[in-house]
Design a protein around this ligand. Structure first.
Ligand code: SAH
Length: 237
């Protein structure tokens, strides 16, 4: 899989892409992530990528030509998902991450200032994506978030696939609570079932905790899941 990110601040990505899960996924050849500096795609000698808005109002808008040129230049052939980061887009979630993880190539556009000339969206964008109902100064953090959520789903990136299956949202539920050593910490003990060695009991306990948490913390998600007979019994117990 290839992920291309277009930004006027490519250096913001350096430590993020070279450490941890993303760094390893890159060096093991599971994904090829490249950040492209937008500035060389500007035609004028000052490499300007932004200009004042028609109609006035102050601030700057990212010019369409450099962005369209950069996207066209990065296309590998095939049909990439061209993602525009914008607070006006579809809210990013695990389902969208799973969908993006199936693509051969993602091209992510990072806006700045007042955003991107509307014609970029009309001409080259396949998906407008927001990471939440708040406004950031640029699309770099959203691009990192989308990249990290997608790359974890590429087979082989996360060592233990069970972790992905248990993740919140993957099954429609929030994940159960986790504990590690020591068994007792500041007066609080690990639930005894987890140290019992009884795998079936551990499984039931985890399922029940997942169901309870989701019902309490995210009733909107809980409403959407189909409970099995076993789930109903667990909830009643
Ligand atoms: N004036 C615009 C916001 C511009 S913010 C509006 O009101 O819609 C500048 C850039 O930051 C955007 O072009 C986008 O790339 C990025 N950005 C800001 N908030 C974002 C969010 N919630 N999700 C995704 N991208 C965001």
């Amino acid at each position: 899989m290839k992920i291309d990110i277009i930004s006027i601040f490519p250096r913001l990505f350096e430590p993020f892409l070279s450490e941890s899960v993303l760094g390893k996924a890159g060096s093991r050849g599971l994904v090829n992530i490249k950040v492209t500096d937008l500035r060389p795609f500007a035609e004028d000698k000052h490499n300007t990528t932004d200009d004042t808005p028609y109609g006035g109002g102050g601030g700057m808008v990212m010019r369409p030509a450099p962005l369209v040129k950069a996207v066209e230049n990065l296309k590998n052939g095939g049909r990439p998902r061209v993602i525009l980061t914008t607070p006006q887009g579809k809210l990013f979630n695990q389902k969208l991450a799973q969908e993006f993880a199936q693509a051969e190539q993602l091209i992510i556009i990072c806006g700045r200032y007042r955003g991107v000339d509307e014609r970029v969206r009309q001409l080259v964008v396949t998906d407008s994506v927001s990471i939440g109902d708040y406004v950031l100064g640029g699309g770099e953090l959203p691009a990192m978030m989308i990249t990290e959520a997608v790359v974890r789903l590429i087979p082989g990136v996360v060592g233990n696939e069970d972790c992905i299956r248990a993740d919140s949202f993957t099954s429609g539920l929030l994940e159960y609570p986790n504990y590690t050593r020591p068994e007792e910490f500041m007066g609080l003990s690990v639930p005894t079932v987890l140290t019992s060695g009884n795998h079936a009991e551990v499984g039931r306990w985890r399922r029940r905790e997942s169901l309870l948490r989701t019902r309490t913390l995210r009733p909107d998600l809980f409403e959407k899941i189909e409970l099995t007979k076993e789930d109903r019994k667990l909830l009643e117990s």
